[in-house]
Write a protein that binds this ligand. Structure first.
Ligand SMILES: Cc1ncc(COP(=O)(O)OP(=O)(O)O)c(N)n1
Ligand SMILES: Cc1nc(C(=O)O)sc1CCOP(=O)(O)O
Ligand SMILES: [Mg+2]
Length: 212
């Protein structure tokens, strides 16, 4: 099954991206989503090829944000697609059954659509305000997660849900109680001065109820 912690990269240059990704891997993250916006395809492919190799060294999964062709060209483990990116079914036709395809949702209706189209996991957010992403969808808060996850349970939709958007260590226990499977975070890890300790604390909370 998928790792419960996904790190979403930050950085306005390839150098900063690489630095942040390296730091996250050194701290123990096992799943990286490369999110490098407003760049040429050439710049993104150069970075993606390097990140893919580093992730292989660290035995971490590597997915790319937005771009199915970039994922295909770099043989990434998958892609994360938002509601206005390529459709999940279109991406599946290009990437095949074995690749991870994540999909964004902000409502239960989004989840119905994305799961019907065959996504592997849902990124449900935003939990709360975050500076990491512009043009946020309506904030869900704990109540929003509880209501949406409850509807999923009633409809027996078992696709794992990752909470995203402004998540901190303090939010995890209450988020887990709503039924989420994991979290996708960027800011807290990028900005942390004690990344290894933070990743350990995040994993301790995320895996607290898992019997190995
Ligand atoms: C795990 C995860 N969930 C949601 C998103 C947001 O994707 P999207 O809506 O396409 O927005 P951008 O990230 O492209 O700005 C995500 N990237 N990852
Ligand atoms: C990339 C992204 N997507 C979101 C959504 O709600 O769909 S929130 C978000 C930013 C996540 O970074 P941070 O942990 O720094 O808030
Ligand atoms: Mg997107």
């Amino acid at each position: 099954m998928y790792n419960k912690l996904q790190y979403i990269s930050q950085g306005e240059t390839a150098e900063k991206q690489l630095y942040n990704i390296h730091q996250a891997l050194d701290a123990g993250c096992k799943w990286i989503q490369m999110r490098f916006k407003n760049q040429t395809f050439e710049n993104r492919i150069i970075l993606a090829e390097t990140v893919k190799n580093i992730c292989e060294e660290y035995q971490a999964d590597f997915i790319v944000n937005d771009d199915v062709l970039l994922a295909q060209k770099t043989a990434a483990d998958g892609v994360h697609l938002g509601l206005t990116d390529m459709s999940i079914s279109g991406a599946r036709a290009i990437l095949g059954e074995k690749k991870i395809i994540g999909a964004t949702a902000n409502t239960f209706e989004d989840i119905l659509l994305q799961t019907k189209n065959g996504c592997d996991y849902i990124g449900l957010g935003p939990f709360q305000f975050t500076e990491t992403k512009e043009k946020l969808s309506p904030i869900l808060g704990i109540e929003g997660y509880a209501s949406i996850l409850n509807k999923m349970k009633i409809e027996n939709i078992l696709t794992p849900v990752y909470a995203i958007g402004g998540i901190t260590l303090e939010n995890i226990e209450s988020l887990i109680k709503t039924g989420i499977y994991g979290i996708a975070v960027s800011g807290i890890i990028t900005k942390s001065l004690e990344k290894e300790k933070l990743v350990q604390q995040l994993n301790d909370k995320l895996y607290a109820d898992v019997i190995i």
